[in-house]
Design a protein around this ligand. Structure first.
Ligand SMILES: NC(=O)c1ccc[n+]([C@@H]2O[C@H](COP(=O)([O-])OP(=O)(O)OC[C@H]3O[C@@H](n4cnc5c(N)ncnc54)[C@H](OP(=O)(O)O)[C@@H]3O)[C@@H](O)[C@H]2O)c1
Length: 382
């Protein structure tokens, strides 16, 4: 029985992780649940999964809820997430959104816990630190992101030194084929309608701006120790191929299936085993959609290019990019800026970023904060 500490259990990845647990009660149990605001959802999760520890964002909520569950240890805030990451468990599932996931990842590695890893922003902001520590402590980060899970699966049993390139697929998002002029007028409602995946609000907007693909390239570079020159992106609107690896003999191995996050989540939880499930499968190839491919438009969707440039520049550039992007997406979600402002303002913040190199945890968090302040000033001036 594998004991899971799930950070972000009420979100899109968190709830789908619990689906996998629900379908495999003899394989997994839940030791930690955590959330920020969905208190009614976490109450139902507590009743069903009986965790040992619950982490809420606010002290007041934790003190209130504690009264109803005398046997459970309630924690709160960043310290609570760090305690949960180091608690007694077999695997930490990091399903938090954003930079919030960085310090818990750090503490999970220090505690020697295997991590099912969804929280890409952690590697974007702190890839060198986190991967360096993971190697030192002998901890595995098992990818949950569908593209990274696909790459991981395509690498199994093959010599890494023979990889010619990694090919990350992208759905293209809801605005595929749009011109810059068309992007000027898109609404929040349109941006929230992803053609293939049902995800949390931040990643949904990142998918619409194509920032998500930039973040994924950075994540893949750190996870698989691949230089940027060996990673390419292809738009594949059907989202059947989740990513590919090309080897030096020109063989390309692809991982395919209907898009459902419970497949990569299940693989991360059960690796190296594979869990049977009842999800729709590509049983009949003659009925499968035609597969098409095109290049991403990085002239129009500048976020992706800004992400790749930040990774090339190194040091604190990606931490600044991540912090600024998170802040801009929140402003867009609140209706304070237009969709197109995300990429324009991000460009401006990145141009003024003063890099530092060799970052420890407090440095990364400081760069993140500074980038958010820079965004706030831009938004207030606009
Ligand atoms: N969704 C996908 O299909 C998908 C695919 C690939 C990768 N990812 C990555 O997975 C990560 C999570 O994405 P998501 O879409 O699942 O996000 P989400 O739906 O927004 O979920 C985030 C989770 O974190 C919790 N949380 C936020 N702040 C917290 C705090 N201070 N303390 C405790 N819990 C906190 C949220 O609680 P509340 O619900 O109470 O707010 C929620 O449970 C992101 O890094 C994303 O890029 C997601």
């Amino acid at each position: 029985m594998k004991k899971l500490a799930i950070l972000g259990s009420t979100g899109s990845i968190g709830t789908q992780t619990l689906d996998v647990v629900r379908n495999n009660p003899d394989l997994f149990s839940v030791s930690v649940l955590s959330c920020a605001s969905k208190l009614d959802v976490i109450r139902r999760q507590i009743d069903e999964f009986h965790p040992e520890m619950v982490v809420l964002a606010n002290e007041k909520d934790a003190l209130e809820m504690e009264k109803d569950y005398p046997g459970i240890c309630f924690e709160f805030g960043n310290i609570g997430l760090e305690a949960a990451a180091s608690s007694d468990c077999d695997m930490v599932v990091n399903a938090l959104m954003g930079i919030k996931g960085l310090a818990p990842t750090y503490h999970a590695i220090l505690a020697g816990h295997e991590i099912a890893f969804a929280n890409k922003e952690t590697l974007v902001a702190g890839g060198a630190l986190i991967m360096g520590m993971a190697h030192k402590c002998g901890v595995s980060l098992l990818p949950v992101d569908s593209e990274h899970s696909a790459i991981f699966q395509c690498l199994q049993g093959n010599p890494v030194q023979r990889v010619k390139r990694i090919i990350i697929t992208a759905s293209g998002g809801p605005f595929r084929g749009y011109s810059l002029e068309q992007l000027e007028n898109v609404t929040l409602e349109q941006a929230m309608k992803h053609p293939k995946w049902n995800m949390g609000p931040k990643i949904t907007i990142d998918s619409a701006t194509l920032m998500n693909k930039g973040l994924e390239v950075i994540e893949a570079s750190w996870l698989f120790d691949m230089p940027l020159e060996k990673i390419s992106v292809v738009v594949h609107p059907q989202s059947i191929i989740h990513s590919m690896v090309e080897y030096e003999d020109n063989s390309i191995i692809a991982q395919m299936g209907f898009p459902d996050m419970r497949v990569p989540i299940g693989y991360a939880l059960s690796y190296p085993d594979r869990l049977p499930n009842d999800l729709p499968s590509l049983k009949r190839f003659e009925k499968a959609p035609e597969l098409s491919f095109e290049l991403p438009d990085m002239e129009t969707f500048k976020c992706m290019k800004l992400a790749l440039d930040a990774m090339k520049a190194g040091g604190s550039y990606t931490a600044a990019l991540n912090g600024a992007n998170e802040a801009l997406v929140q402003y867009f979600l609140k209706g304070r800026i237009r969709f197109i402002d995300i990429q324009n303002m991000l460009d401006e913040v990145m141009q003024h970023h003063k890099p530092i190199y060799k970052l420890d945890l407090p440095d990364i968090l400081r760069v993140d904060r500074d980038a958010r302040v820079a965004v706030k000033m831009l938004v207030e001036r606009s």
